[in-house]
Design a protein around this ligand. Structure first.
Ligand SMILES: Nc1nc2c([nH]c(=O)n2[C@H]2C[C@H](O)[C@@H](COP(=O)(O)OP(=O)(O)OP(=O)(O)O)O2)c(=O)[nH]1
Length: 234
């Protein structure tokens, strides 16, 4: 199975480098797995039987080392060297260099926090009531981090406003996701003793791992479903 590998040293945190690779990969392929330090995508169409793109981040003293790999099953091993390897290398370089530039440009971008509250192996999700373009779609509780506020303070404030509960924020999980506005969606675990109610939303649901695909998520959250599944296993 042919395999190509490229690397780049990126001056940005790993969860943002992962976000940039996910954004680039999802414009050309189907992202099938995401985690804090990378992602795996499958290319469905091209001069190969099947192809897989992975991006993996490692934290070093000099920045985040991004390693991207493409491996594929050849249709014709003789033609492979001429007709497949060169475009595959161009694709890989475009993803690696594109992710480096995008992550470095977005360092310090505004953050939207999402809150992952898990109870009895179920994740709390809420259905948006407005604006019209996204009404009916599902998301995690949260919202924009206000100037001068920490991510954790935003998690506490948004959960109080949207759910009427006090939460204790935990660690960030998964990669960031770049929103169409250029803000970064960042998910934090949180725990609560309170009973949430839908203050601003249409509905709340506690979703088990098997229920996760029953609801129509906002596109950024749909990308994070592998992270939500992992949370429900632990
Ligand atoms: N809260 C939240 N927002 C999300 C998620 N996924 C996702 O794409 N978003 C987007 C939707 C919005 O464009 C943006 C957050 O907007 P928002 O309306 O919830 O934020 P906010 O409470 O600070 O807004 P506002 O009342 O100040 O207008 O992030 C998610 O899981 N939770």
């Amino acid at each position: 199975m042919p395999i190509l590998r490229t690397t780049a040293l990126v001056d940005a945190p790993a969860r943002l480098v992962s976000a940039a690779v996910i954004e680039l990969a999802s414009s050309r392929s189907e992202v099938v797995d995401v985690h804090e330090s990378g992602m795996t995508a499958v290319l469905r169409e091209g001069p190969f039987s099947s192809a897989r793109l992975t991006g993996q981040c490692a934290v070093t003293g000099a920045g985040t080392l991004l390693t991207c790999e493409l491996d594929w099953v050849s249709r014709n091993a003789v033609l492979d060297g001429f007709t497949v390897r060169r475009p595959m290398l161009s694709l890989l370089e475009a993803v690696t260099e594109g992710a480096k530039a995008r992550a470095e440009a977005l360092t310090g971008a505004r953050v939207v926090v999402g809150t992952a509250i898990v109870r009895d192996r179920r994740l709390l999700a809420q259905q948006r009531a407005f604006p019209a373009e996204v009404a009916g779609l599902w998301e995690l509780p949260g919202g924009r981090v206000e100037p001068g506020e920490s991510d954790q303070e935003a998690v506490r404030r948004e959960c109080a406003e949207e759910l009427g509960i006090t939460v204790v924020p935990g660690e960030a999980v998964g990669p960031d996701v770049i929103l169409p506005s250029g803000k970064l969606l960042r998910i934090y675990r949180a725990s609560t003793d309170g009973e949430p109610v839908a203050v601003e939303h249409k509905a709340l649901r506690w979703l088990s791992a098997g229920d996760l695909t029953d609801v129509d998520w906002l596109p950024a959250d749909r990308l994070l479903l592998p992270v939500f599944r992992t949370l429900l296993k632990s």
